[in-house]
Design a protein around this ligand. Structure first.
Ligand code: ZN
Length: 200
């Protein structure tokens, strides 16, 4: 595609186009918006990004990203240290926190087992998970993993890995989404929802 601006602006567009959900067209639109809002948006955003790039660290306890290690969640004494929620990615942790679903501690695996993509146990944050469980404070490990083949493969692997430690391992229910209509659901979801029915 022909350049419409100088190399500095083209570079901004190219970097924005690497963002998830932004193609080349929307990257151009975003770049133009930033340029037009130079004082209110472009400057503050550049400063926020510079600070973030300098200070962001991965929490050595849970694998979350924050500007302190241990992270804000690990350091929060009001959280229930007996429950550990295992997620694939930081985005899942953020989703659960947005929902204010549980005041527990987390563990970020950094992926799921995927033999087809060459992701094995050594590529995930599993040693640290076992070490945390072995410390003895955790009573329940909730596997909040995706309801995909890889997510469920990982759930089985982690369950086996933790079985010698006498901790209760649970996983999220599969079934009808809140506000969902039955005739829109796929067969797999319907079967899972029936199997995991609960008393009212
Ligand atoms: Zn942490």
């Amino acid at each position: 595609m022909a350049a419409v601006a100088g190399p500095e602006i083209e570079r901004l567009i190219q970097l924005l186009a690497r963002m998830p959900g932004l193609g080349p067209r929307s990257a151009r639109r975003a770049a133009l918006h930033l340029i037009k809002k130079r004082e209110q948006l472009l400057g503050p955003l550049a400063e926020a990004m510079r600070v973030a790039a300098e200070r962001i660290v991965v929490c050595s306890a849970c694998g979350n990203v924050d500007t302190s290690d241990p992270c804000t969640l690990c350091a929060d004494p009001r959280r229930d240290g007996s429950i550990l929620v295992v997620v694939e990615d930081v985005s899942d942790l953020w989703a659960l926190e947005r929902a204010q679903a549980i005041k527990a501690r987390y563990h970020v695996l950094g992926g799921t087992l995927s033999p087809l993509d060459g992701v094995g146990p050594g590529d995930l944050n599993l040693d640290r998970l076992v070490a945390r469980v072995a410390e003895g404070e955790i009573r329940e490990v909730i596997l909040a993993l995706n309801a995909t083949v890889d997510g469920q493969t990982t759930a089985h692997y982690v369950t086996d890995l933790l079985s010698p430690h006498g901790v209760t391992v649970t996983r999220l229910a599969h079934g009808v989404p809140v506000g969902g209509e039955l005739d829109y659901l796929d067969e797999g979801t319907l079967v899972a929802a029936l199997r995991q029915r609960t008393a009212i």
